[in-house]
Write a protein that binds this ligand. Structure first.
Ligand code: AMP
Length: 408
């Protein structure tokens, strides 16, 4: 084996997986495009400050997981760990807030987090995501969740389970944070070091912990869902009504706290029971304060991101092979140029065609065609023969033009 290997936590995509990924990409384009979402691409690296401000500097992502480096000009750059802050930056930078609202966008691409690699968790992974900016209409929250369900359904992901909650507005959350901080402080000796260390800055993160003492301390803790202001409760009620009308099965989970700081009102996560420890397929929610935090105008917005590798793991169907319709066997070396041109002519008519390019014997070529799963084989030698690989039937044709007419 070569002593040069892909970095830890990264992976190569080989053709069978590559085909499955492209199929999912096309499905996303269709599913999200039909709902009015347009494709957007942002750079793979951004100013570090964007994520420190946008994601929140008490989050795991910013504190521990970013690939950050200085460029030759001494600017601090970061390989993007998530897509929402970059999309918000682009929304402001390109004056999209002046276009008719909401602006509906979707994206697909590589993201980077320095995490301990394991099955389903990588340091470079791919997310497909969606953002609807410029309206706080609850139908956008519901629409985005239902679109994620449609995408997972179309992809064949198994064991899909949605959990939904509301965090209220930033003010409600602040008041609740204070209340929760007091509650947890009274039980400080039960908490993990990590949760205790973040108690001042971000007590809600305690809900993300699987530390037994912390979990025990949280039993009986006040619930944010019980503290929502009337207009937030109403908003959440409307989102749920629309999800019910849309036929989605989901659980309301008041302990749901997303790992990123910017969420307000609706939050949701979707997981697959088919996956092991890394069961989260995707998540998202409303982030009505983020665009303003990044220097833009006050802009309510909602969105989600889902892991492409995990969706495909949860779907794990048959490997996608790509058998040619026609394989052209060169029985006589002099026919090689004719095989080359026949393959081109077939391809230009939409037929998947391949031909001998590795100097195999006649027998070796037929075996190769069989292994590839070609439906039909053309044998170019002194004459021209067409063989049906399914039935074994073989017949002669007079000219290459006849072969092309029959095969295309
Ligand atoms: P998050 O923004 O952390 O909720 O991420 C959204 C989705 O991206 C998760 O539900 C996962 O499916 C996927 N994801 C996040 N981090 C990783 C990772 N390190 N490796 C693979 N997939 C990931």
């Amino acid at each position: 084996m070569s002593d040069v290997q892909a970095p830890r936590g990264t992976f190569d995509v080989l053709p069978d997986d590559g085909r499955a990924r492209l199929r999912l990409l096309h499905l996303a384009e269709e599913t999200l495009g039909r709902a009015g979402y347009g494709p957007v691409e942002t750079p793979v690296f951004e100013a570090t400050d964007l994520f420190e401000r946008g994601v929140g500097d008490t989050t795991d992502v910013v504190e521990k997981e970013m690939f950050t480096f200085d460029d030759q000009g001494g600017r601090s750059l970061t390989l993007r760990p998530e897509g929402t802050a970059p999309v918000c930056r682009a929304y402001v930078e390109h004056g999209m807030h002046k276009a008719p609202q909401p602006v509906k966008l979707w994206y697909w691409g590589p993201f980077f987090r320095y995490e301990a690699p394991q099955a389903g968790r990588y340091r470079q992974f791919t997310q497909v995501g969606l953002e609807a900016l410029g309206s706080d209409d609850p139908s956008l929250d519901a629409e985005s969740i239902l679109l994620l369900d449609d995408l997972l359904d179309g992809a064949g992901a198994r064991g899909v389970r949605f959990r939904v909650s509301s965090l209220g507005t930033a003010e409600t959350r602040r008041a609740y944070s204070d209340e929760l901080r007091e509650y947890l402080r009274a039980r400080e000796d039960q908490l993990s070091d990590d949760v205790r260390g973040r108690l001042d800055r971000n007590p809600l993160r305690a809900f993300d912990s699987d530390h037994p003492g912390t979990r025990a301390a949280l039993e009986g803790a006040p619930q944010l869902l019980d503290r929502l202001a009337p207009e937030d409760s109403e908003h959440f009620g409307e989102v749920r009504r629309l999800l019910d009308d849309g036929g989605l099965e989901y659980e309301v989970d008041g302990t749901l706290v997303r790992g990123l700081d910017y969420y307000t009102r609706t939050v949701f996560e979707v997981e697959s029971t088919e996956l092991g420890a890394q069961s989260a397929l995707g998540g998202g929610g409303r982030y009505d304060g983020l665009v303003e935090l990044l220097g833009g105008p006050r802009t309510p917005a909602v969105g989600w991101a889902a892991g492409v590798e995990r969706i495909l793991l949860a779907a794990a169907g048959e490997a996608e092979t790509a058998a040619p319709d026609v394989y052209i066997v060169v029985a006589d070396g002099a026919a090689a140029p004719a095989a080359f041109i026949l393959a081109r002519d077939l391809r230009s008519r939409g037929v998947a065609a391949d031909h001998e390019q590795a100097g195999r014997s006649l027998k070796g070529q037929l075996k190769h065609a069989d292994r590839l799963g070609a439906a039909r084989v053309v044998i170019l030698g002194e004459g021209i023969e067409i063989k049906d690989m399914g039935t074994g039937e073989q017949h002669a044709v007079a000219t290459l033009a006849d072969a092309l007419a029959e095969l295309a």
